[in-house]
Ligand binder design. Structure first.
Ligand code: ZN
Length: 231
C-alpha cells in the first residue's frame, strides 16, 4: 500500500498517456530553482523516477511525502526500490538459466542520487559482478541533489558528500548524465510517453531563461565531477 511504504508504483498506468504528469514535469523535473534557495518552494521533497528494465517499457516510481512534506519512509528512496526490483528480476532469470546474466537499465530521475543511494548502487554492482551478472545502468537526472552539502572527513576537510557519491558511481562505470538542452529533454519526453508532436509545451517549460542559465552551471559542475574521476 502506497501509504505504508511511501512509494507509489504506477506501472498500471502504462497505456494512459505520459507517466509523469504535466504538473510533476513542471514542478519536479524541469523547474528552474536555484540551489540552496527554497524560498519559492521550488525544491520538492518528492523524487520521481522512470525506468526501463531490459526490453520492458518505461515505468514510474515515486516517493510520496507525508502531510509534513517528509518522505514517509526515509531511506526507502526511489532508487532503492528500483534496485529491489532489479534484484527480483535477476533472481527470476537465474532460475531460468545457468548462463551469466546481463541486465540493462535506463532511468530518468528528478534528483541525482544522494550519497546513501549511490553507495547502495555501488554495492549492488559489486554483488552482481561477484555473481556473474553484468549490470549496465544509465542514470539521467534533471537536478543535482544538494551538490553543495558538505561533510567533514577524517582529515578535517569539508567534502561535498553527494558529489562524492556520484564520483563513486562513475568509478563503477555507471553512465551518469544531467538532462540539459533540447535534445536530452526530447529524449526524456519520448521515454515518458509524450509523442513528438505534443512535446512543445513541455519543452518550453524546460527552456525558461532561468532553467537554461542553471543548466549551464549543471553541465559545468558535472564536467568537474567527471574530470575529477577520469583525468
Ligand atoms: Zn537517496
Amino acid at each position: 500500500m502506497a501509504g505504508l511504504t511511501g512509494l507509489e508504483d504506477a506501472t498500471e498506468n502504462l497505456n494512459i498517456g505520459p507517466l509523469v504528469s504535466l504538473n510533476d514535469f513542471k514542478e519536479c523535473f524541469a523547474h528552474d530553482g536555484k540551489y540552496g534557495d527554497n524560498a519559492q518552494n521550488k525544491w520538492k521533497s518528492k523524487t520521481i523516477l522512470i525506468y526501463k528494465l531490459g526490453d520492458n517499457p518505461f515505468r514510474k516510481l515515486e516517493n510520496v511525502p507525508n502531510m509534513f512534506g517528509q518522505v514517509v519512509s526515509p531511506g526507502k528512496h526511489a532508487e532503492i526500490v528500483l534496485i529491489e526490483k532489479i534484484q527480483t528480476e535477476i533472481e527470476n532469470r537465474r532460475m531460468r538459466s545457468q548462463h551469466p546474466i546481463h541486465v540493462k537499465v535506463e532511468i530518468y530521475i528528478s534528483y541525482s542520487p544522494c550519497h546513501d543511494c549511490s553507495n547502495t548502487i555501488v554495492n549492488f554492482i559489486e554483488k552482481c559482478n561477484r555473481e556473474w551478472c553484468i549490470f549496465d545502468i544509465k542514470m539521467n537526472f534533471s537536478n543535482f541533489y544538494k551538490h553543495y552539502e558538505c561533510l567533514r572527513n577524517s582529515a578535517g576537510q569539508h567534502v561535498p558528500v553527494h558529489n562524492e557519491g556520484l564520483r563513486k558511481l562513475l568509478l563503477k562505470r555507471v553512465m551518469l548524465q544531467p538532462v540539459t538542452g533540447k535534445e536530452k529533454w526530447e529524449n526524456f519526453l519520448s521515454a515518458n510517453g509524450v509523442p513528438v508532436q505534443k512535446q512543445a509545451d513541455r519543452l518550453a517549460i524546460a527552456s525558461s531563461q532561468e532553467r537554461i542559465t542553471r543548466e549551464v552551471d549543471d553541465n559545468n559542475l558535472f564536467l568537474k565531477i567527471y574530470n575529477s574521476v577520469f583525468h
